[in-house]
Write a new protein. Structure first.
Length: 73
């Protein structure tokens, strides 16, 4: 999976926030019904499904749940 950040004039003020959910000691699983938009649709969630890593909106569209890795917003 490749994530491209939107280019900005001053990147020091636009560094994305990353929130990690799953950790080695605790996996965070979500059903596709529980997948929500990140930052009002401006962010992206990373989910590990049985079909590989994918964005949260793609997993919800395919009705796949899995391990919530992180949210980037």
């Amino acid at each position: 999976m490749t994530i491209h950040l939107k280019p900005v004039k001053d990147p020091t003020n636009d560094i994305p926030n990353v929130k990690f959910f799953s950790k080695p000691s605790r996996a965070w699983y979500v059903r596709y019904k529980d997948i929500h938009s990140v930052a009002g649709g401006k962010g992206i969630g990373i989910i590990s499904t049985n079909q590989g890593l994918m964005a949260s909106h793609e997993a919800k569209q395919k009705k796949l749940g899995g391990e919530l890795i992180a949210e980037i917003y």
